[in-house]
Design a protein around this ligand. Structure first.
Ligand code: NAP
Length: 211
């Protein structure tokens, strides 16, 4: 089965891409800089372009049955507005091509419209705003755009602090409270890809950490 992975030159995207390839998926990616894919470059179908460009997004979705969006805020201005726009383009192009499954990366301090942050996550939000504001802005820009889409089976995977240590092979997921402080990159990649065929977290936003 072919899937599209967006943000595949980033650390989460690469880990997700590796896992998808290990599981035998054919993968199409949309990247601005193909060389950043390193050893994975030869193993995927590459569309070169920007997520803000509707035609590039359209090309990157052609032939895919599901989308994993691992793109996140980078050192560029207006990440909130850009990711609102990225969300709108992605939804429009998914609908146009009849793709209904979307797994989107997010973070622990981003909340669905139906949800309030508990004290611990409110405290974390202050920390994230200070040190990772562009990431937070991107997450907050895209989530409301996707969340209101009834025809899309979305899952927001809200990761704990990411670590490069070897994966434990076990992920704890809970949509009410943080099940841990850290998630290993490898575990996160696996969890993201597993969601393609799982119905457990559809229209939900699991908070995930390694066990
Ligand atoms: N790092 C953490 O501890 C952590 C914890 C919890 C959640 N998260 C979530 O995970 C997300 C991804 O994290 P990361 O560490 O993998 O980030 P990253 O390494 O900075 O990767 C970001 C990816 O998004 C792509 N991207 C951004 N804007 C784009 C655009 N306009 N067009 C095409 N591609 C675009 C980047 O492409 P380029 O390579 O071309 O720039 C890159 O592939 C974060 O933003 C956050 O939501 C991270």
């Amino acid at each position: 089965m072919q899937i599209t992975i967006l943000g595949s030159t980033g650390q989460v995207g690469k880990a997700t891409l590796r896992e998808a390839l290990n599981l035998g998926y054919q993968v199409k990616v949309l990247v601005r800089s193909p060389d950043k894919l390193g050893d994975l470059k030869e193993k995927v179908i590459i569309v070169k372009g920007d997520l803000m460009d509707a035609l590039s997004v359209e090309k990157s979705l052609e032939g895919s049955k599901a989308v994993i969006n691992a793109a996140g805020g980078v050192r560029e201005p207006d990440q909130y507005k850009k990711f609102q726009q990225i969300g709108k383009i992605l939804i429009e192009k998914m609908k146009q091509q009849g793709i209904t499954r979307l797994v989107n990366i997010s973070g622990a301090v981003t909340n669905l419209s139906t949800e309030k942050l508990d004290f611990k996550r409110k405290f974390m939000k202050v920390f994230v705003s200070l040190f990772y504001n562009r990431m937070k802005q991107a997450q907050e820009g895209i989530m409301p755009i996707i969340e209101k889409e009834n025809d899309i089976s979305w899952t927001f995977v809200r990761a704990a602090m990411i670590s490069n240590k070897t994966g434990t092979g076990k992920v704890l997921a809970d949509d009410k409270k943080m099940p841990g402080t850290t998630i290993m990159l490898e575990d996160l990649g696996k969890f993201m890809v597993e969601q393609i065929t799982s119905t457990e977290w559809i229209k939900k936003a699991p908070l995930v950490a390694s066990k």
